[in-house]
Write a protein that binds this ligand. Structure first.
Ligand code: MG
Ligand code: MG
Length: 282
């Protein structure tokens, strides 16, 4: 059942979503070759707990950590650990915060040091596809309109693999609510979008084939062909007018650009091409 949020609930939820972006930015400041993924996880965990948040992911269905850290061919749900970041790595970081009864859930993919143009293009296109999907997150449209926009941009236009087994979702008092938000589908199909819905829209896009395999740890999802995957996620509220993005990449992108050990993932795609929507008041 879809849980519609009141305006008051949206404003409470916005705090959780914005805290996720701030936690990301703390990680983006320290990302560099030579540190472990557990060090990244610990920075995020400490930031959330120090700011009165709870860890949405830790112990969720038994997931053992505060963050999902998925390196290179890992798509999502990777474990932080003793793996050391090296130049050329792609690290996808997914963070959840629970505060005042609501979850925020947002993911971002970072490029460590010099990363080849083919992979940087995957990052830029995946991020742009998120905004292409968000553009369709409007009252009266359907889930399939979001899904189709993401698929058209990534698979049809750029030839990437769109993961089928994992999808976006409603988010609110529970981290995963109805409806599911796939990154592939037909226009005009699926649940109708209505003001008060909050959707975690999260393209998971592979450089190569769309197929994935599961690691024996029971969580980590990897691309079947071992090629790199990218993941960007925003929490978006449907309003009576334009989409209201509750999470934010502003601080993440500032930290990413300021960190000489990262390659900025915006690059050649302009905000116009990415169709970045204006953030509205609800
Ligand atoms: Mg997430
Ligand atoms: Mg999510």
């Amino acid at each position: 059942m879809i849980q519609y949020k009141t305006r008051e609930e949206i404003e409470i939820m916005r705090h959780s979503c914005l805290m996720v972006g701030k936690a990301h930015a703390e990680a983006a400041k320290i990302l560099k070759p030579g540190i472990t993924t557990m060090a990244v996880n610990n920075i995020v965990e400490t930031y959330i707990l120090d700011n009165g948040g709870k860890l949405s992911f830790k112990n969720y269905n038994g997931f053992p950590y505060a963050t999902c850290i998925s390196m290179n061919a890992a798509v999502v749900h990777g474990f932080p650990g003793e793996q050391i970041l090296i130049e050329g790595d792609v690290i996808s970081l997914d963070i959840g915060v629970f505060k005042n009864g609501f979850h925020g859930d947002s993911a971002y993919t970072y490029a460590i040091g010099e990363v080849g143009e083919e992979i940087m293009q995957l990052l830029r296109v995946t991020k742009a596809s998120l905004y292409a999907g968000i553009q369709k997150a409007r009252q009266g449209n359907r889930i399939g309109d979001i899904a189709n926009a993401i698929q058209e941009y990534t698979e049809k236009k750029h030839g990437y693999g769109v993961v089928r087994e994992l999808v976006g979702h409603g988010v609110g008092r529970n981290m995963h609510e109805d409806p599911q938000v796939p990154n592939y589908g037909k226009k005009g199909t699926g649940a109708k979008l209505k003001a008060g819905m909050v959707l975690a829209i999260e393209p998971m896009i592979n450089l190569g084939v769309k197929e994935v395999v599961h690691l024996e740890d029971g969580w980590t999802v990897l691309t079947k062909d071992g090629k790199v995957s990218a993941h960007f996620e925003h929490d978006v509220c449907i309003t009576k007018s334009v989409p209201d993005i509750l999470s934010s990449f502003v601080e993440i992108e500032a930290a990413e650009q300021a960190n000489p050990n990262l390659t900025w993932s915006y690059g050649a795609i302009s905000p116009q091409e990415a169709q970045v929507p204006k953030i509205s008041a609800t």
